[in-house]
Design a protein around this ligand. Structure first.
Ligand SMILES: *Cc1c(COP(=O)(O)O)cnc(C)c1O
Length: 394
């Protein structure tokens, strides 16, 4: 089928909830993708930070294929080796306590919110349920995680939303303190706001937030759905901030392309959820955990993570060397980068880049967001840069 034929049927049969780019993708290899007409693209998106090992990575493809032949799915009423292995790897790598498996980022954050509220209920009784998040954050699309998201445009249409969220300005400790009271149970934040514009938090602020959480017995929830699994050059971004969160959520990159999320809790609160208080039908199935184990076997390696940092620094430097009037700066960490362009021009530029054969994302008001596969080669990066140059420099 041609793009036009597919698009016509998509419009007829699929709810039109996305502003899709005018491309139908067909297959991929490494960090390259081909559309249905055979045109090749360099992928600097990884889905949206999902395909961290690129396309058809031998370790990941083999692990999933073998697991599907062995045992594709069992319910959570039974235990399986792949699930135990994923949890063990995550806990060993972070010093956290235990893991609950979900199927997406939003669901992982729902789990985190449930832990925070029950932790406070168990210890202090009713009324301690408020969670403070940051303006400009993004935490998901369920009714509750939309309300947790600190952007008012997400608080429309679907009333009534879940109560018990308030918002503070990133980097503003006084504002945050003014939002914390006796009804507060947790503070939840991304360390680099992804959807919000690739905005890294100030390390001093983050340390102060951690101290405030310890002082008031609030749970510190770090949403690593986008920043986790090597994206920023360490297995989790919090490891660069010298903090020990109470809860870390993850999803996107964890399965390298299969839907898996997880909420990981520290020893202080990893036994808060007891039998019957939280569950999911699909979570932690052998197939998605086999995928996660393959991803972690590649990513959770100091040499691999060093390369992520080096490739990110290389990409950043080469973009700045364009000396383009359209590039106001490049921010972010590892292979989570935002090219800052003049306000409002990010969408048009993204469309141009894609037409030139480089897939990119946008974020916030002025960022072109790059989330390439962590396995992208220097050759693929150079190809992408060569394709981007005429867009920024003509
Ligand atoms: C993508 C994202 C989510 C939501 O994840 P889904 O899998 O789409 O539910 C939550 N938090 C952050 C930081 C994200 O980037």
């Amino acid at each position: 089928m041609t793009y036009q034929e597919l698009k016509a049927e998509e419009e007829q049969y699929v709810m039109q909830t996305y502003g899709r780019f005018p491309i139908a993708l067909d297959h991929g290899k490494g960090s390259a993708l081909w559309d249905v007409s055979g045109k090749r693209y360099i992928d600097l998106t990884s889905g949206i930070g999902v395909n961290c090992l690129g396309y058809d990575h031998p370790v990941l493809t083999k692990a999933i294929t073998e697991q599907i032949h062995t045992l594709m799915h069992v319910s959570n009423l039974f235990t399986t080796a792949p699930m135990v292995q994923t949890a063990k790897t995550l806990v060993s790598a972070t010093g956290m306590g235990k893991v609950f498996f979900a199927n997406s980022g939003a669901e992982s954050n729902e789990g985190a919110i449930k832990i925070a509220r029950k932790y406070a209920f168990d210890k202090y009784g009713m009324g301690r349920h408020k969670i403070v998040t940051l303006w400009n954050s993004f935490h998901g699309r369920t009714i509750t995680t939309l309300k947790a998201t600190g952007q008012t445009r997400f608080h429309d249409f679907f009333f009534p939303f879940t109560e018990g969220f308030d918002y503070a300005r990133a980097g503003d400790l006084d504002d945050l303190k003014s939002k914390v009271d006796d009804s507060t149970c947790a503070i939840m934040m991304e360390l680099i706001q992804g959807e919000g514009g690739v905005l890294p938090q100030d390390p001093t602020f983050v340390k102060a937030v951690e101290a405030l959480c310890r002082e008031k017995d609030l749970l510190l929830i770090i949403d690593e759905v986008q920043t986790g699994i090597g994206r920023t050059g360490s297995l989790f971004c919090f490891q660069q901030y010298d903090i020990q969160p109470d809860i870390v959520t993850m999803a996107k990159g964890l399965g390298g392309g299969v839907p898996i999320g997880a909420v990981m809790a520290a020893k202080s609160c990893c036994d808060t959820l007891t039998p019957g208080t939280h569950a999911t039908t699909f979570g932690g199935s052998p197939t998605v955990c086999a995928a996660a184990n393959a991803v972690l076997s590649v990513v959770n390696d100091p040499a691999f993570l060093r390369e992520v940092r080096e490739k990110g620094a290389y990409l950043k430097q080469k973009l700045l060397e364009f000396h383009s009037p359209l590039i106001k700066g490049v921010r972010g960490s590892g292979l989570m980068l935002g090219i800052i362009v003049p306000d409002g021009q990010h969408s048009a530029l993204a469309q141009k880049l894609i037409a030139h054969g480089v897939l990119v994302l946008t974020a916030g008001q002025n960022a072109i967001r790059l989330l390439p596969p962590l396995t992208i080669t220097y050759q693929e990066l150079d190809e992408a840069l060569a394709l981007m140059q005429p867009v920024f420099c003509s």
